[in-house]
Design a protein around this ligand. Structure first.
Ligand SMILES: [Zn+2]
Length: 257
């Protein structure tokens, strides 16, 4: 998409877009896209003028990059028609996602709620093992809650937290204060290992599908695999549901809380 010009921006479900419909349409029509990037769970779409569109897709927000003739998905919230004869669309089954319009990089904190509270992205270069350990040590509570806290490190959700903790051999309900610096360092290496393993798998599957729709989670080793055999030791994977969140882990590999 970089270099493509927006020939027409259109808002079809205004509640998702946190800017007046006319402002969104006027601001983006005629803009040229730069390189899309990610920070934590946000996707940033920078334009040549310095303006940005920031999207938090929450649970069900998905993008569709397709021929304009293709039938629109239900709950398509906005459409950017591009001069490369393609359309970038966003649809969101539960309409929980949020789309922000930001005038320039320096205004991200003012325009996106809680942006300034966000910790470093979990895959960023600046986040060294030392800094990761330091940041985790600011929080008490169960290690899974700490790991998924956006203010601590940004980008780890419920599913990947399970994967990372399984990789590191740490029980999700273990108290952070009970973990040594060495164990927290091991967790850092597990985060990187899991993301570096999983990202190419998801990327490849999305490319193959053309129209990404699902969650691409069947490659995961413990999350949503309750009752199945642990790929490491063969024990049955445990499952605990609290609130609306499922936590899976292996009692044998990950010890006790
Ligand atoms: Zn196991």
């Amino acid at each position: 998409m970089p270099g493509a010009r927006v020939t027409q921006a259109q808002v079809t479900i205004p509640t998702v877009v946190r800017a007046p419909k006319e402002e969104f349409t006027e601001a983006l029509t005629g803009e040229t896209l730069g390189e899309v990037r990610r920070q934590g769970k946000y996707l940033l779409f920078p334009f040549h003028s310095g303006r940005l569109m920031v999207v938090h897709a929450m649970l069900t927000g998905r993008f569709q990059y397709c021929d304009p003739g293709k039938k629109r998905r239900a709950r398509t919230a906005f459409v950017l028609a591009l001069d490369n004869a393609m359309e970038l669309r966003y649809f969101d089954q539960r309409l929980m996602g949020k789309v922000y319009l930001v005038r320039e990089e320096g205004e991200l904190s003012a325009a996106v709620p809680r942006w300034s509270e966000m910790g470093p992205d979990v895959m960023s270069r600046e986040l060294t093992e030392e800094l990761f350990v330091q940041r985790l040590k600011k929080y008490r509570g169960q290690i899974k809650s700490v790991l998924t806290k956006e203010q601590c490190v940004a980008g780890i959700g419920n599913a990947y937290a399970d994967e990372v903790l399984w990789e590191a051999g740490i029980h999700p309900y273990r108290k952070r204060v009970e973990l040594s610096d060495e164990a927290l360092g091991g967790l850092y290496r597990a985060v990187r290992a899991v993301m570096e393993w999983a990202t190419p798998i998801v990327r490849q599957r999305m490319e193959a599908d053309g129209l990404p729709d699902g969650h691409y989670r069947d490659h995961l080793r413990v999350h949503r695999k309750g009752g199945e055999a642990c790929p490491r030791c063969g024990s049955r994977i445990s499952e605990i549901t609290a609130g609306q969140r499922i936590t899976n882990f292996c009692r044998r590999c990950q010890g006790s809380p």
